[in-house]
Design a binder for this molecule. Structure first.
Ligand code: 5GP
Length: 190
């Protein structure tokens, strides 16, 4: 999606360790006019899939999911990150290795909000190694829910996540796919 690519070129900053900083418009300060266009585009791509729920992970996926949900007119469920070691209540849970923070954490969703019969579109801001997505897919599988696809704002295509998830037969639609990036030469798209 050209609008997002242009914005990444204009305001994205390539950091050490293959991290793209987009906190001025995507995951800290949020440009809602841009989010609206991203939401419209996700809806355009998945409109015919019978989606009845959007699933994301806190915190960065929540904003984009809420805006997107207005086009699908379905609820948003976000997986919570476990604050304590104890898993309390009736939940599905899964372990995720964090790319940006370099450590594992547990995520969970209440069994009340995900179940058999749900047709879930998973949304997230980034796809890198695919760990976050894998964790969300696991929650859906535990619930017996169907994953109709994953909508990603920025896929770092030089990392293996996209291939891993697509090889499982899951449709992944990324609005901007980065082929390579470096502090010196900036961002190159696929
Ligand atoms: P994965 O689990 O696919 O390795 O990474 C996805 C998660 O890590 C995303 O939810 C996102 O929060 C974070 N992430 C991965 N790569 C980047 C990056 O280059 N920049 C930022 N800001 N976040 C990233």
């Amino acid at each position: 999606m050209q609008l997002l690519k242009d914005r990444i070129q204009k305001d994205g900053i390539v950091m050490e360790g293959n991290v793209l900083k987009v906190d001025s418009f995507l995951n800290h300060q949020m440009d809602i006019t841009l989010f609206n266009e991203l939401g419209k585009e996700f809806h355009r791509r998945f409109a015919d899939c019978g989606v009845n729920k959007l699933l994301t992970i806190e915190a960065s996926g929540i904003g984009i999911s809420c805006i997107t949900a207005q086009y699908f007119r379905v609820p948003v469920v976000f997986a919570k990150k476990m604050k304590t070691k104890n898993i309390v209540g009736d939940v599905y849970h899964s372990r995720v290795a964090s790319y940006t923070h370099g450590k594992d954490y547990e995520i969970f969703v209440s069994k009340r909000f995900l179940g058999a019969g749900d047709r879930v579109l998973i949304l997230d801001d980034f796809l890198a190694n695919g760990e976050a997505l894998q964790g969300l897919i696991s929650l859906c599988r535990q619930a017996g829910a169907e994953v109709v696809g994953a909508g990603i704002c920025i896929e770092k295509a030089f990392q293996p996540g996209g291939d891993i998830i697509r090889s499982q037969g899951i449709r992944v639609e990324s609005l901007a796919r980065i082929k390579s990036m470096s502090a010196e030469s900036g961002v190159e798209f696929c």
